[in-house]
Every structure is written in structure tokens, then in C-alpha cells.
Write a protein that binds this ligand. Structure first.
Ligand SMILES: Nc1ncnc2c1ncn2[C@@H]1O[C@H](COP(=O)(O)OP(=O)(O)OP(=O)(O)O)[C@@H](O)[C@H]1O
Length: 291
């Protein structure tokens, strides 16, 4: 190539750079074949994962409750978690929700939100709802008032004194009432509901905030058989619209709702797969099912 042609090329390159200044793309300072705009705290699931844990460990007084734990969950998935007492199931949920900080490891919500950088309330606001084993509804308030209250604590809502449901929120409340099987009991006092209905109401309160991921700790413990069946229906309905992580010991319930089951043992994943597969795994039988 002659010097003339080189000069000419350099001139054309300079003119192009002036026309198309660097930094105008959303993905950084250069033109990209694939780009997306991710705003702060928006869950990005384009990589097919809503929750991602890698090599997470935590010790309490030298005891490793979580030990190099790695697992991930797809958007809309209903994942069941089983395992013996002390396996680390609750501690894992504590880490995801920001209640416990791990000593090491990675915990991501979608592919961009590093959960370890956020506080427990911030994580709840970003769309991770948690249901503890015991129902915690406001017993002196009606079903309606409990659900309404759940909205008042939602992000960006006006101060509660002046709170009025707008039509969208009213529609949502009606939809949630139907989903949690309490449409006929809207004016009942929460304190007068059965144990199962209180659990559904609390799930409804979480749903009012439209969580992307729901963590549910032993949701059917203490329920009647009929309530357990209806809870399975409820979870199957939520699957797809939300991602769910359900910790349970009730194997017939797991059988009804599960796709993939993760077995935790001594703070790590011992086995994972369809229930029929993990049920026949010798190691799972030894530490959990064969008890
Ligand atoms: N804050 C803490 N301080 C000390 N030890 C703890 C703490 N939290 C959990 N542990 C211990 O860590 C281990 C895992 O407990 P974790 O509650 O996560 O198990 P689990 O699988 O949820 O059990 P379960 O099925 O009985 O609820 C247990 O040995 C527990 O005693």
C-alpha cells in the first residue's frame, strides 16, 4: 500500500469517527452487535437465570452451615429444595434475602444485580419476596385490609394516610383474592381464618408487591390435606408468572408440584433432578429419605 492510500484511509477513518462519536451506544463506548439497556436494579434474565449462586460459604463459630453452595434457577421455574434438618436450607434463603452475609461466594439476581451489595429491605424492594414458616398476618384486620396494607409498604406509594387504591391496584387485589382462594372471605378478620387460609393470605400479601422471585419456607406445614392440595394448585398457578423456591419436607406435596428438586446436605447440593431420580439416589436415601 502506498503512503498516499494510507493517508487517504486515515482521513476517511477520522471523518467517520467525527460523524459517529464513541460512547453513543448503551453497551459501552463501542458499537456492539448485541446490546441491551439495563437500568439500575432491573432484573436482567436474558441469560436464562433469575437466581445464581456460586461457591457460597458461611460459617457460624467455625461450623460451615453453607459450604461451596452453587445453584441457579430459571425465570418462571418452581424449584423444590429438600434436605435433612440442619442441611442449610434456611441459611441459604437468609443469604439470598440479605439477612445473612456469606463469607465468600457469588449471589446474583438476574445477570446484573449482585445481591451481596444490597440490604434486606432493598432486596425485598427489588422483587424477592420471602414467606417464613409461621403465618404473620395482621389478625385484627380483614383480609382486604391485610392485602391493602401490603401495597402501602410497596415502593413509590404515597404516604399511607392518604392511600387510596387506584383502579389498577383494585384489579390486582381482586385477582390476588381469587388466586389465594379468599374471594369469598374478603371482609373476614384474618384472626378468624384457618391456619391454611392465613398462609394463603400471607402469600397474597407478597403477591400484591408482584415479586419476581418467591422464597417459601415449609408452606404446607400444619395444613389439612385439603389445604395442602389447594396450595399445590396455587403454586402451580404462580409458576411461570413468578419464580418460586419452595423448601418442604412433605414429599407428596413435592411430588405434586415439582419439576426439578435440589437436595441440600451439609450446606451443599447433594443431588438434583426430577423427584423420581433423586428419590432413587443412594446418597439421598442414606442422608434423608431413608430416615
Ligand atoms: N445464626 C446461627 N448461628 C449459629 N448456627 C447457625 C445459625 N444459623 C444456622 N445455624 C446452623 O447452621 C446449620 C444449618 O441450619 P439451617 O437452619 O439453615 O438448616 P435447615 O436445612 O433449614 O434445617 P431445618 O430443616 O431444620 O429448618 C444448623 O446446624 C444450624 O444450627
Amino acid at each position: 500500500m502506498t503512503p498516499d492510500l494510507l493517508d487517504d484511509g486515515a482521513r476517511r477513518a477520522k471523518a467517520y469517527r467525527e460523524r459517529e462519536p464513541a460512547g453513543k451506544t448503551e453497551s459501552g463506548g463501542r458499537a456492539a452487535g448485541f446490546s441491551r439497556v439495563v437500568t439500575d436494579r432491573e432484573v436482567d434474565t436474558t441469560h436464562g437465570r433469575i437466581l445464581y449462586l456460586e461457591d457460597v460459604s458461611v460459617s457460624f463459630d467455625g461450623f460451615k452451615a453453607i459450604n461451596k453452595l452453587s445453584l441457579d434457577i430459571a425465570p418462571g421455574e418452581l424449584r423444590c429444595i429438600i434436605g435433612p434438618n440442619g442441611a442449610g436450607k434456611t441459611t441459604m434463603m437468609d443469604i439470598i434475602t440479605g439477612k445473612t452475609r456469606p463469607d465468600e461466594g457469588t449471589v446474583f439476581f438476574g445477570s446484573t444485580i449482585d445481591l451481596l451489595r444490597y440490604t434486606e429491605p432493598e432486596i425485598a424492594q427489588m422483587g424477592i419476596g420471602r414467606k417464613f414458616q409461621k403465618p404473620t398476618v395482621f389478625e385484627q384486620l380483614s383480609v382486604f385490609e391485610n392485602l391493602e396494607l401490603a401495597l402501602k409498604t410497596d415502593k413509590g406509594v404515597r404516604p399511607s394516610m392518604f392511600f387510596r387504591l387506584d383502579s389498577g391496584q383494585g384489579d390486582r387485589l381482586a385477582e390476588v383474592l381469587h388466586t389465594i382462594h379468599l374471594a369469598d372471605g374478603v371482609n373476614r378478620l384474618a384472626g378468624n381464618l384457618s391456619h391454611g387460609q392465613k398462609q394463603w393470605l400471607e402469600i397474597g400479601m407478597l403477591l400484591m408487591q408482584d415479586p419476581k422471585l418467591l422464597l417459601l419456607d415449609e408452606p404446607v406445614a400444619g395444613m389439612t390435606d385439603e389445604e395442602t392440595v389447594r396450595t399445590a394448585e396455587l403454586f402451580l398457578k404462580l409458576k411461570g408468572q413468578h419464580s418460586l423456591m419452595v423448601v418442604e419436607h412433605d414429599m407428596s406435596f413435592i411430588e405434586t408440584i415439582s419439576d426439578i428438586v435440589t437436595v441440600l446436605h451439609e450446606g451443599s447440593v447433594l443431588a438434583q433432578g426430577p423427584l423420581s431420580q433423586v428419590q432413587n439416589d443412594e446418597r439421598v436415601i442414606e442422608v434423608y429419605l431413608g430416615r
